[in-house]
Design a protein around this ligand. Structure first.
Ligand code: ATP
Ligand code: MG
Length: 559
């Protein structure tokens, strides 16, 4: 089967199928459980699972759990939840590199027997020293030519716990003069007396990534082992191990990792943000993690579309975060119901409206989706509008409410500002307006026009909520761009989170389910936070309404 889409990876796969190198396509996504998944991982997940699906093949989930010192069960569970949320299913194929420790050990013994691996007692510093540089060949270890029997005995004793951490390692015997440093007798096993979250204390030697990865791929019958560019120089080693062992040979293909503006992507740095308290956790809505994006209200479909849209390439580049936001808006525009909410309330008294009257006005839930239906919103004598929607001395471009000026209240009436009430400091505390009963529904029978439509809520009926507004977590497009002695944390945006406590929400927002996203008219998309308690809902702003992407694209094309 051939995919409809194309890129250099799918070209390679098409060719492999044509030449009969593989009959069925089998990929894998191999996270290391040492942190939460981020949007970069989403790119790899979509790529691997999509390819499997397009070719009628399979994609495994394999935890690359070879480093017991940094890995935890919490991460395994979070990773599984995130992949499911993103919309992918590994079915029963949930594997762990640690499942293969015994097999990997046997394969290592096999290499020793073939004279292709040896136990080396150089210290880590000496190994580094002996390795040489890009311009100088390395030096052979004095332990390199140990007899096979001795290697077998020592390796067994390493496994049996006879030696302390760092006393010796198992190395592949390849070529200390290779121009590729990865081929200069790379380390295959280290002694680490640490419990593993799955194998407990069964092992005190742990395989390196280079040794474990390709063999795990081979054991699982993977055909295309897709990884990021930094492994390009490891490919000869990947191939060497497999050829020496004479086992099923997957093809490793490298692609450029995703980088996003205003975003740090490495798990090490994200962990620093979490542990240093710079954010409230891995799922803080400012984090580029999938759990952060979920909490922020990003729909998984938008993330998938984004990943497919950026495609795959062989050279590193940086994608504008506005492109991701563009896909988020596009998706939410179709799915999110509209509501009215006033974030910075200004009281408005409608002087000619009856004191105790309440009207139920009809509002459309989603103009993009008629099946979403309509709802009723109460209107009464005292309402709130947005502070920003009034100017006592309006500047030329300001068309909203001002003294003597008429505007439309969404779904309600035209109102005209007749008086501005101030406190003793001269701050505006409320407006007095007159409404025109003939404009019910929002149009004047005499055809007169207004230049602005404002959102509002009824003071008597509204509910109070908390709204969290976000900006980019970093002030610089490239957060790693630091001058002076500091690091990326110096580029954290001090205004990345703003909390508004006294927002007034239309009554239908008093009872909402965590994770639901609404469009607050004129303000953006907002997602109900899981920490919402009792009757004070908390909303995270997912994204504002203004789409900057087209503008940025045009600028880029010009450049
Ligand atoms: P990080 O550098 O963020 O710690 P990693 O590569 O060490 O990431 P792994 O858990 O080892 O994280 O990655 C699992 C898979 O996801 C790998 O195949 C890796 O190549 C891929 N991946 C990680 N980061 C990105 C990224 N930014 N873009 C695309 N793929 C990525
Ligand atoms: Mg890694």
């Amino acid at each position: 089967m051939k995919s409809d889409k194309t890129d250099f990876i799918r070209e390679i796969i098409n060719n492999d199928l044509k030449e009969g190198r593989y009959k069925k396509i089998h990929t894998r996504f191999p996270p290391e459980p040492n942190g939460y998944l981020h949007i970069g991982h989403a790119k790899a997940i979509c790529l691997n699972f999509d390819i499997a699906e397009e070719y009628g093949g399979k994609c495994n989930l394999r935890f690359d759990d070879t480093n017991p010192t940094k890995e935890e069960l919490e991460y395994v569970d979070a990773i599984k939840q995130d992949i499911k949320w993103l919309g992918y299913d590994w079915e029963e194929r949930e594997y762990y590199a640690s499942d293969y420790f015994e097999k990997l050990y046997d394969m290592a013994v096999d290499l020793i027997k073939k004279g292709k691996a040896y136990v080396c007692e150089l210290s880590p510093e000496q190994i580094r020293e002996y390795r040489g540089t890009l311009t100088e060949p390395g030096k052979e270890s004095p332990y390199r030519n140990r007899p096979i029997e001795e290697n077998l005995r020592l390796f067994k004793e390493m496994r049996d716990g006879k030696y302390p951490d760092g006393a010796m390692v198992l190395r592949a015997k390849i070529d200390m003069a290779s121009p590729n440093l990865n081929m200069r007798d790379p380390v295959m096993y280290r002694i680490v007396h640490t419990s593993h979250h799955r194998t407990g204390d069964k092992w005190c030697i742990y395989p390196t990534y280079d040794w474990a990865h390709g063999q795990c791929d081979s054991i699982e019958g993977i055909t295309h082992s897709i990884c990021t560019l930094e492994f390009q120089d490891h490919r000869p080693l990947y191939d060497w191990f497999i050829e020496q062992l004479g086992i099923h040979h997957p093809r490793q293909i490298e692609f450029a990792r995703l980088n996003l503006t205003y975003t740090v992507m490495s798990k090490r740095r994200l962990l620093e943000l979490v542990e240093g308290g710079y954010v409230q956790g891995w799922d803080d809505p400012r984090m580029p993690t999938l759990s952060g994006m979920r909490r922020r209200g990003y729909p998984p479909a938008a993330i998938r579309k984004f990943c497919r849209n950026i495609g795959v390439a062989k050279t590193e580049s940086v994608v504008d975060i506005e492109l991701l936001e563009h896909f988020v808006r596009e998706e939410l525009n179709k799915t999110a119901e509209r509501r009215m909410a006033v974030l910075n309330p200004l009281k408005v008294v409608i002087i000619n409206y009856p004191e105790d009257k309440t009207e139920e006005l009809e509002a459309i839930n989603n103009p993009e989706d008629t099946s979403a239906g309509i709802r009723k919103i109460p209107f009464s004598k005292v309402i709130y509008i947005e502070k920003d929607d009034f100017m006592e001395n309006p500047v030329p471009e300001f068309y909203r409410l001002a003294p003597g000026r008429e505007v439309r209240l969404r779904y309600a009436y035209f109102i005209k500002c007749v008086d501005v009430i101030k406190d003793k400091n001269g701050d505006i505390v409320e407006l007095h307006c007159a409404y025109d009963p003939a404009t019910k529904g929002g149009n004047a029978p005499d055809g007169r026009k207004v230049k602005a439509t404002l959102h509002w809520v009824s003071a008597k009926h509204c509910t109070i909520g908390e709204v969290h507004l976000y900006e980019h977590l970093f002030i610089k497009e490239d957060p790693l761009d630091t001058s002076g002695p500091g690091d990326f944390k110096d580029n954290i945006n001090p205004n990345s989170l703003r909390i508004l406590k006294n927002c007034r929400l239309e009554p239908s927002l008093s009872d909402v389910k965590a994770g639901t996203v609404f469009q607050f008219e004129r303000l953006g998309y907002f997602c109900v936070d899981p920490d919402t308690k009792g009757n004070c809902p908390v909303f995270n702003r997912t994204v504002s309404l203004k789409d900057e992407w087209e503008k940025i694209k045009k600028r880029k094309i010009k450049e």
